[in-house]
Ligand binder design. Structure first.
Ligand code: SAH
Ligand code: SF4
Ligand code: F3S
Length: 474
């Protein structure tokens, strides 16, 4: 961490010039075509990737591209990929196969690929061998270079590949087009040092590094000034925020600073690693006025043997203790989790413990996954793989248990009145919003409510969403 360069605060003059040159080039191309140039971005994976796509969109719109209604019509098609499980990668290969036929029809269409998949050598080899119609390939450490790479591709007409094996600098102040005007994601750290034995993230996102708190605070202030009321702080392990920074600060210290920002109404964060969840943070959750009563605490497995082999550094007992402490500090807290089924060597007894802990913890939401071996990770080298049929059968049993709990938690909200941030209008014409505890809700209302926190009475409870009625607003 020490040897990494200090973060660069402002966009360099060179970068500004590249953007200006590209703007000119794009406007010339648009003139030739007699229509604006169009882009289409598809994002896979986590909120981190969604947020990176907001930056990519910011770059594209800054240089003059406009969003395409359909991918087939776009002049540049960009895939921001995820490598967390094989399924996520197969989807992208499928799309690239389809785009080959589109490109035969429209050879001038550019295809760009970035994100976590491209950081793996095995993927890069495959792309270079079988997917030569992809024009630009870049990684997670240089997304801010997208403008330069696009320029090089437009000028030379050659395939451009630029993957860095580690991060160089944190570039601040990139142009950015956010998905939602009322809630925004803010990175507080990048990368991960934990090397859970199943996980590809440390290999594709590099070592952990935190943003200086002044930069985070400045970004949140700016967003609030623009009308944002809810902020989601992003990091693979927010509880280790601050390590390696020159200032003496930890995650709770950062939250205390953000709590003071006038106009900010709701604060959330993701993800917390149980091994680093401190009593200090739990105490702060109990007294904070802005932190939402919601906590994502990935459990992964309920078996101590499996947790050890996953390199998670906590036990089932410690995990349950954390759940109890969180509920004590904030009785209305909704706790969500991630669970993996079919990790190598997982016995029926191990799985039974996962089921038992999942039931006892009474999760408000649970994201469940079948273990997917990732080349290069420690667990992938193991020979005691669990047969697919066994994993699938266990997965079904787990889903039943967690969904029953989720449904129970939804039903418990019936007839209560809850503050809801009206975030958007759904396809059904209803307002879509989120409770403080992050439950999704739909209710009748008009566009004047958007961006406001309004009282809604819960009238119907489905497993994954609620229906409500507006109580009052003003
Ligand atoms: N940093 C977060 C997790 C990010 S990945 C944390 O530590 O909790 C999101 C989830 O994907 C993980 O929590 C895990 O449950 C799941 N996951 C990661 N690698 C996986 C793999 N190889 N197979 C199946 N699920 C996986
Ligand atoms: Fe992956 Fe573990 Fe890091 Fe989360 S903490 S990103 S699961 S290695
Ligand atoms: Fe996120 Fe997938 Fe990368 S979960 S960090 S986009 S591997």
């Amino acid at each position: 961490m020490k040897e990494e360069k200090q973060p660069e605060r402002m966009l360099s003059a060179d970068y500004q010039k590249t953007l200006a040159d590209l703007r000119l080039k794009v406007s010339q191309m648009a003139k030739q075509k007699d229509r604006p140039l169009l882009y289409h971005i598809t994002t896979y994976g986590c909120l981190m990737n969604e947020h990176d796509s907001e930056k990519l969109r910011g770059i594209l719109e800054t240089i003059g591209y406009q969003p395409a209604a359909k991918e087939d019509e776009a002049d540049i098609v960009l895939y921001n990929t995820c490598a967390i499980r094989d399924g996520a990668e197969q989807k992208v290969y499928g799309r690239l196969g389809y785009l080959k036929t589109v490109k035969r029809r429209r050879p001038e269409m550019l295809i760009a690929l970035c994100g976590c998949m491209t950081q793996q050598k095995i993927v890069l080899d495959k792309l270079q061998k079988t997917y030569r119609h992809v024009d630009i390939i870049f990684g997670t450490h240089n997304i801010y270079m997208f403008a330069e790479l696009l320029m090089a591709c437009l000028e030379t007409g050659e395939q451009i590949i630029d993957i860095w094996d580690k991060h160089q600098e944190i570039v601040e102040d990139l142009p950015i087009i956010r998905d939602n005007p009322y809630k925004a994601s803010v990175n507080i750290m990048y990368g991960c040092n934990n090397f859970c034995s199943f996980c590809i993230v440390p290999y594709v996102r590099g070592r952990e590094r935190s943003r200086p708190s002044a930069d985070v605070v400045a970004e949140v202030r700016e967003l609030v000034a623009q009308g944002v009321v809810e902020i989601m702080l992003l990091g693979q392990n927010v509880n280790s925020y601050g390590h390696g920074l020159e200032e003496d600060i930890n995650f709770t210290g950062l939250l205390r600073k953000l709590e003071e920002i006038d106009g900010l109404k709701r604060l959330r964060f993701m993800t917390s690693h149980p091994k680093d969840l401190s009593d200090e943070l739990i105490e702060f959750i109990g007294i904070s006025q802005k932190l939402c009563p919601q906590f994502h605490l990935p459990m992964q497995s309920g078996s101590n043997k499996v947790l050890k082999e996953m390199n998670r550094h906590y036990s089932q007992e410690h995990f349950m203790e954390l759940v109890a402490k969180l509920r004590k500090a904030r009785p209305d807290i909704a706790i969500s989790t991630d669970i993996i089924v079919g990790f190598p060597g997982e016995t029926e007894e191990d799985f039974a413990q996962t089921l038992e802990v999942a039931e006892k913890a009474e999760f408000d939401m649970a994201y469940t996954f079948i273990y997917s071996p990732r080349t290069g990770t420690r667990a992938a080298a193991r020979e005691d793989k669990i047969p697919d049929e066994v994993s699938k059968e266990r997965f079904g049993r787990l889903l039943k248990v967690v969904n029953q709990n989720i449904h129970k938690k939804s039903v418990a909200l019936l007839d209560t009145i809850q503050p809801v941030l009206a975030e958007g209008i759904g396809e059904n014409g209803k307002i879509r919003g989120r409770l403080n505890n992050n439950h999704l809700i739909h209710f009748d209302g008009d566009a004047s409510l958007l961006g406001k926190i309004v009282d809604v009475k819960i009238v119907k409870a489905r497993t994954f969403y609620l229906m409500g009625e507006l109580v009052n607003h003003g």
